[in-house]
Design a binder for this molecule. Sequence first.
Ligand SMILES: Nc1ncnc2c1ncn2[C@@H]1O[C@H](COP(=O)(O)OP(=O)(O)OP(=O)(O)O)[C@@H](O)[C@H]1O
Ligand SMILES: [Mg+2]
Length: 226
Amino acid sequence: MVNLTRVSKSYFGQVRVLDEISLELKKGDFLYVVGGSGAGKSSLLRLLATEEAATSGSLSLFGYDLNTISPTTLRSIRRLLGYVPQDVRLIPDLSVADNVALSLSLAGRRVLSTTSRSHIDELLERLGLAAKRHKPASALSGGEAQRVAVARALIRQPELIVADEPTGAQDRDFTWSLMDLFLKANLNGATVVVATHDREIVRRVRKRCAVLKAGRLAIEEALCYY
Ligand SMILES: Nc1ncnc2c1ncn2[C@@H]1O[C@H](COP(=O)(O)OP(=O)(O)OP(=O)(O)O)[C@@H](O)[C@H]1O
Ligand SMILES: [Mg+2]
């Protein structure tokens, strides 16, 4: 499902932010990526989300090597991917519901069925956003915007979920509502990668864990003792 072999990343020829990372994820795996600020978590997740290319090494998703993939196959892979960027990136002038709906149309569903609309409403309701459905995304708080970004990634039932500190701006209750959604998606077969700073999450929900330190993948254990 996800295969990294000695993947490195450096920006503008500077030092390696990711240094020869090797990692394998099978379908249905759940992996935390932990490590201090600046350790390279977002850099790694951007590679997994096909937002950026590796500087060296090989990365394959769904069996396709991203170094040699055709643009058409890359588009198909992106439809199977749900990415929650750390900086959220909603479209400010679009309503909350339309930001989420747009993700479905980008996934290839051009006309939204009534069922899709009701799935969106249901998801927004669970995330405490029902009353904000028709508000522009620009009118949301940081935590609300982050929950919309998660809804946008999950609504298309992606096979690979890549979430970069998706609970970073949440209170405890919403942190667990979001974790619940990731765990349910995982139970339904999705492969999930969550970068987090939140020690309580990794302690209470035991999963495999990749620890990044200065760009090196220091340990990758059966369970995370971060
Ligand atoms: N676009 C970029 N250009 C140059 N340097 C970058 C770029 N993006 C990240 N870096 C550098 O790469 C290193 C790792 O950054 P990254 O954002 O991956 O860390 P992180 O583990 O996600 O940190 P945080 O916990 O603060 O989100 C940092 O030193 C950062 O300054
Ligand atoms: Mg980050």
